[in-house]
Design a protein around this ligand. Structure first.
Ligand SMILES: [Fe+2]
Length: 260
């Protein structure tokens, strides 16, 4: 049974259990709704990237992992009131548990399930491991790109101070040397011990040089002017400006095929 519409029905039914809870306050409702919006955007992004890249992948699986990759977020936030995995539980593992417990994974053919499970389990790792299985790599890389791409969108539109991700962080205009050096070396940064809002923002910008796999994703970042929109949200310091320029130059170089 390959019924794309069914995905949405299942997704809506499950997520609305949390959103429509009787005693829910506005803040929680908004956080749940944002996760729902995020999931739909990631679904649209992953389909767009996979099509544009003309990849030999099963679009049914692509759509499934896009829409359902974060479904564990609802249980996570309901139970712990945070999206911080370090302070609660790994939300990718929670996603797999929900997909299994709810029987949702059964929509996927048995032999394809490892692709779904592993792509989701790898979507929130700091780095994508080297994968020998080309198809596995494609699903995992697509999901990470689609997820990051929507992260850039949501940062671009968010009222930064209110973000649940900035809770308990200071607004001092500080980027630590560890973060700064990692980004300029195109390395990923461990994100759970960041102390300032500016650091969180700059780490998000740094994903572009450390963690974007497909040219199409970079093209979409450029077309949507996400780096500028993200930079406008943060404090303009010598370090943040240097990283902003570095990231923009990287995008242009990769789009001209000078750098892979
Ligand atoms: Fe996630």
């Amino acid at each position: 049974m390959k019924d794309f519409k069914k995905f949405e029905e299942i997704f809506e039914e499950y997520t609305n259990r949390y959103i429509n809870k009787e005693d829910i306050d506005e803040g929680r409702k908004l956080n749940f709704s944002n996760k729902k919006i995020h999931s739909y955007h990631v679904r649209d992004n992953i389909l767009e990237i996979a099509k544009a890249e003309n990849l030999k992948v099963d679009m049914f699986i692509v759509e499934f992992i896009g829409l359902f990759h974060d479904i564990g977020r609802f249980y996570q936030y309901d139970k712990y009131e945070t999206f911080n995995d370090a302070k609660s539980q790994n939300h990718a593992k929670l996603t797999i548990k929900v997909l299994e417990d709810e029987g949702i994974l059964n929509i996927i053919d048995y032999e394809d399930r490892p692709y779904v499970v592993d792509a989701i389990l790898m979507h929130n790792l700091q780095d994508l491991p080297r994968l020998k299985d080309k198809k596995m790599y494609l699903y995992a890389a697509l999901l990470r790109d689609a997820d990051k791409l929507d992260g850039f969108r949501s940062i671009s539109v968010a009222e930064s101070k209110d973000s649940v991700y900035f809770k308990n962080k200071s607004d001092a205009p500080i980027i630590s040397d560890r973060v700064y050096e990692s980004i300029l070396n195109k390395k990923s940064v461990y994100k759970y011990d960041l102390t300032t809002i500016l650091e969180s923002q700059i780490v998000a910008l740094g994903y572009i040089t450390s963690d974007i796999n497909f040219r199409t994703t970079l093209k979409l970042i450029k077309e949507n002017d996400y780096t500028k929109k993200m930079f406008e949200k943060m404090q303009d310091t010598p370090m943040s400006r240097k990283i902003y320029n570095f990231v923009n130059e990287y995008i242009d170089r990769r789009l001209c095929n000078e750098e892979e």
